[in-house]
Design a protein around this ligand. Structure first.
Ligand SMILES: Nc1ncnc2c1ncn2[C@@H]1O[C@H](COP(=O)(O)OP(=O)(O)OP(=O)(O)O)[C@@H](O)[C@H]1O
Ligand SMILES: [Mg+2]
Length: 253
């Protein structure tokens, strides 16, 4: 598809030679959309992001970024090509200041560009600007996530991969982070997000992909997913058992 920025074509990948986690995964993410990747624990959602970002080399199949094969490319090459990755959890240097953490995102930039890029990112995050000299550890959870996203934005990525950004955040902060991702997508950044806070994430997404046992099981507009009784049961906290569909129920929220 012409506006597919990210494509997985029959990708097989795993962490050890004997076990494959992605079992011929085929999926795509389109330009300027938020694509939400959901599925049971262990389905391989994070593995999709890690494979995209060069942390796992596919055994077979092809990963494409803007139409170009990127199997086996290094993270540095992918960053330079316009991809950014915000992993799950806290990924800041807690004892360094907001400024220093942010600067680390721009170390590959020519020196003269760093200042203007920092200004550009900080204009988006007034709270980070207010706390620019504070230790990262003193920021709230939502501010820390903003800092991680801001750091990723320093290189002006065209694609942002983000794994469970809402973990540990209050409902209000979750909304803020989602709204930020929506704003980025509306400005043309392609977002591929893994998120277990499905109901909230669906409201901000353009498309939902359901991964089961390392394969794409469903590809739906978010509204359809919210209405689908099977999906409600699997991902949105319903309880009716259905042996035909339940292989590994997700944790409930
Ligand atoms: N570094 C690793 N080494 C070996 N196995 C791993 C590694 N990381 C993940 N796995 C295994 O790969 C499978 C898929 O993991 P992955 O993290 O992609 O799942 P996920 O869909 O993101 O799950 P969750 O919702 O729990 O985050 C799991 O069985 C997991 O145990
Ligand atoms: Mg995961």
């Amino acid at each position: 598809m012409s506006n597919s920025i990210i494509e997985f074509d029959q990708v097989v990948a795993g962490y050890t030679p004997s076990v494959t986690i992605l079992n011929g995964t085929t999926l795509d993410a389109r330009a300027g959309e938020i694509t939400l990747l959901i599925g049971p624990n262990g389905a391989g959602k994070s593995t999709v992001l890690k494979t995209l970002f060069g942390m796992l080399v596919p055994r077979s199949g092809e990963v494409r970024f803007e139409g170009r094969r990127v199997n086996g490319k290094s993270q540095r090459e992918l960053l330079a090509q316009g991809m950014a990755y915000v992993p799950q959890g806290r990924n800041l240097f807690a004892s360094l200041s907001v400024l220093h953490n942010l600067e680390l995102g721009g170390i590959t930039l020519p020196r003269a560009e760093r200042g203007p890029r920092m200004d550009e990112v900080l204009a988006r995050f007034p709270r980070l600007l207010e706390r620019i000299d504070n230790q990262a550890s003193t920021l709230s959870g939502g501010e820390q996530k903003q800092l991680e996203i801001g750091r990723a934005l320093l290189l002006r990525p065209r694609v942002l991969l983000i794994d469970e950004p809402s973990i540990g955040l209050s409902p209000r902060l979750v909304q803020e982070v989602m709204a930020l991702l929506r704003q980025l997508a509306d400005q043309g950044v392609t977002v591929l997000m893994v998120e277990q806070n499905v109901r909230t994430a669906l409201k901000y997404s353009d498309r939902a992909l359901v991964l089961e046992m390392g394969r794409l099981a469903l590809d739906r507009p978010p509204a359809h997913l919210l209405d689908d009784p099977n999906l409600n049961r699997l991902f949105l906290g319903g309880h009716v058992p259905d042996p035909e569909r339940l292989d590994a129920p997700m944790q409930e929220r």
